[in-house]
Design a protein around this ligand. Structure first.
Ligand code: THU
Length: 132
């Protein structure tokens, strides 16, 4: 699965975004190590804090199907249908991703300059880990 194919799936997933409050549609496409792809969109709520981001929708949906090993996630956000500005994963989603993603996990982003690949460890180097 190429980065460009994964971004296409993220953009397609954003079409299901439920975002009447922000009007910012986000889609995410998460590639599992067995090749399966899980997509997600942001789902907002009148109680704003109850909103779930696209990335978490995708990862929770994958985990609910028994998947725990992931290769990369593509994220695409838009307020006007253009995907011209980069959408970075929020801090909460980074923490959630860190629970399941190995050192080599990649973040795939898009803007008007093209498709960008980043190492997850570079954008979230020090996750919270529960030591009990
Ligand atoms: N959002 C995401 O879906 N993913 C992110 O990483 C950043 C923010 C959503 C949440 C909310 O529905 C909208 O974008 C505006 O914050």
């Amino acid at each position: 699965m190429t980065n460009s194919e994964l971004i296409e799936k993220a953009e397609k997933a954003s079409e299901n975004s439920y975002s009447p409050y922000s009007k910012f549609r986000v889609g995410a496409a998460l590639l599992c190590d067995d090749g399966e792809v899980f997509t997600g969109c942001n789902v907002e709520n009148a109680s704003y804090g109850a909103t779930c981001c696209a990335e978490r929708t995708a990862i929770f949906s994958a985990v609910a199907k028994g998947k725990r090993h992931f290769v990369k996630i593509a994220i695409a956000g838009t307020s006007d249908g253009s995907f011209s500005s980069i959408t970075q994963p929020c801090g909460v989603c980074r923490q959630v991703l860190s629970e399941f993603c190995s050192e080599n996990f990649k973040i795939i982003l898009t803007d008007s300059n093209g498709i960008h690949e980043m190492n997850f460890s570079d954008i979230f180097p020090l996750p919270f880990v529960l030591s009990i």
